[in-house]
Design a protein around this ligand. Structure first.
Ligand code: ARG
Length: 461
């Protein structure tokens, strides 16, 4: 049965119904739809817009419908046009005329705008909890491996020494920003559109502050046209999810590289890997790859939302029904990815020896050799840079490293060198000396990890 029957002489073609229906993806909002209706009915009763007794009856029955849906005693009718229609029709079937009064001063347009906000609020709070767990794991590991020297890369070439802890803390910083982006989106979404009606508000004396308060919003929205046609919050959340997925994707790309035989910096736990049906030796980082892969679909969700919105005149247009699949897919995909990623990081084995070995090749202490000539021997940096470059070329010719090149050879290129150079270019010294704020010195990394853990604890990102 249609809510909009009266004007039509003909039944809708079944193909119209199939195409038009959103029940397959908006039934996930049944609880929020009912909560919104309870708040609306309560307010209608208090304002005397409907009889208080009827308002009570509506609220009690909506509560029962919710219980029945939760327990499975009541199934959602897949033929209903949408979740709003289903709930209202079920209510009317149960309590008759009182049920028909629920929609007074309301439209499905402000109703759906409300339901999405309520649903996304919960989804985002769940994501925030997961992101905080991820941040905590990264900090704990960073603290544990604050002294694990590894090569830092630029252009995927060994560049300067860092530590595994320092590298992980870079991701912890990204996670902090992801958290603040979701919090920020939640703050802007914290307004209640109920009372906007179809587009032009209503003549009934609605108490919009009351419904907003009952539903946990800071205030009502301020413009009825905007209240029903704003989907900025969907786009913002999809963006927060997309950028977060991009961060996870970069981390996963590194996990894939690090657990390859070419790197072997880490070993992922068997519980978070898969095998091959033909190659008995294989242990594949499928989960990390799949997270990397899913980042593409979340970016697709954001693109779909922005593209759907960009040509829409005010106010509501049916195009907007496309918002839900996109934004729900974005938050669901992120949740799905965070769920195994957190324990996968928690259980990974870090092969410090291999990292240290990789750090010993590739002349990653060359900058420190030049810095030694500058700091201890007073050379201008450009000269020191050139001398060190010549030393590297010499080492490459002889199959040596800066550590194994004899002092005489150093002195032949530049007589200022003395024994002290070997201490200056030791990897521990190179890392330990980078005490500048944000640098990889182990005590810095420990302090960064403490700071981020503290921010996560205080919920003050
Ligand atoms: N299913 C619709 C949506 O998701 C609900 C709003 C319908 N409003 C309307 N005027 N057709 O957008």
């Amino acid at each position: 049965m249609k809510l909009w029957k009266g004007r039509f002489k003909k039944e809708a073609d079944p193909r119209t119904n199939d195409f038009n229906s959103s029940i397959a993806f908006d039934s996930r909002m049944y609880r929020q739809d009912i909560e919104g209706s309870i708040a609306h009915a309560t307010m209608l009763g208090r304002q005397g817009i409907i009889d208080e007794g009827e308002s009570m009856k509506i609220c009690v029955e909506l509560g029962k419908i919710l219980e029945d849906l939760d327990s499975g005693a009541l199934a959602i009718d897949p033929d209903a046009e949408d979740i709003h229609t289903f709930v209202e029709q079920e209510l009317t079937a149960r309590i008759g005329d009182a049920g028909k009064r629920l929609h007074t001063g309301r439209s499905r347009n402000d109703q759906v705008a409300l339901d999405i906000r309520l649903t996304l609020r919960e989804d985002c709070n769940g994501l925030l909890r997961q992101l905080k767990d991820l941040g905590r794991v990264l900090c704990q590991k960073a603290d544990q491996y604050s002294g694990a020297v590894m090569p830092g890369y630029t252009h995927m070439q060994r560049a300067q020494p860092v530590t595994f802890g320092h590298h992980l803390m870079a991701y912890a910083e990204m996670v902090l920003r992801d958290i603040s982006r979701f919090e920020d989106a939640l703050r802007r979404m914290d307004l209640c559109p109920l009372g906007s009606g179809a587009l032009a508000g209503t003549t009934y004396p609605l108490e919009r502050e009351l419904t907003a308060k009952l539903l946990g919003f800071t205030a009502p929205t301020q413009n009825s046209l905007d209240g029903v046609s704003d989907r900025d919050f969907c786009a913002e959340i999809a963006f927060a999810a997309s950028l977060c997925m991009v961060h996870l994707s970069r981390l996963c790309e590194e996990l894939v590289l690090w657990c390859s035989w070419e790197f072997k910096f880490i070993e992922l736990d068997d519980a978070y890997c898969t095998g091959s049906s033909i190659m008995p030796q294989k242990k594949n980082p499928d989960l990390a790859e799949l997270i990397r892969g899913k980042s593409g679909r979340v970016i697709g969700d954001l693109t779909a939302l922005l593209t759907m919105l960009k040509g829409l005149p005010l106010a509501y247009n049916k195009d907007m029904q496309e918002d839900k699949e996109a934004v729900f897919d974005a938050v669901d995909s992120l949740k799905l990815c965070l769920t195994p990623l957190i324990p996968m990081l928690e259980t990974m084995k870090v092969l410090e020896g291999n990292m240290r070995k990789a750090a010993a090749g590739g002349f990653i202490n060359a900058t420190d050799c030049a810095d030694y000539l500058v700091s201890l021997k007073g050379l201008p940096f450009r000269d020191a840079y050139k001398i060190t470059g010549e030393l590297v070329a010499l080492c490459l010719d002889r199959g040596l490293t800066l550590e194994t090149l004899p002092l005489e050879e150093y002195r032949r290129v530049c007589p200022a060198f003395d024994e002290g150079v070997f201490a200056a270019i030791s990897l521990e010294k190179c890392v330990g000396g980078r005490k500048v704020l944000g640098g990889p010195a182990p005590e810095n990394v420990k302090a960064q990890a403490r700071r981020v853990l503290d921010l996560l604890e205080r919920g003050n990102t």
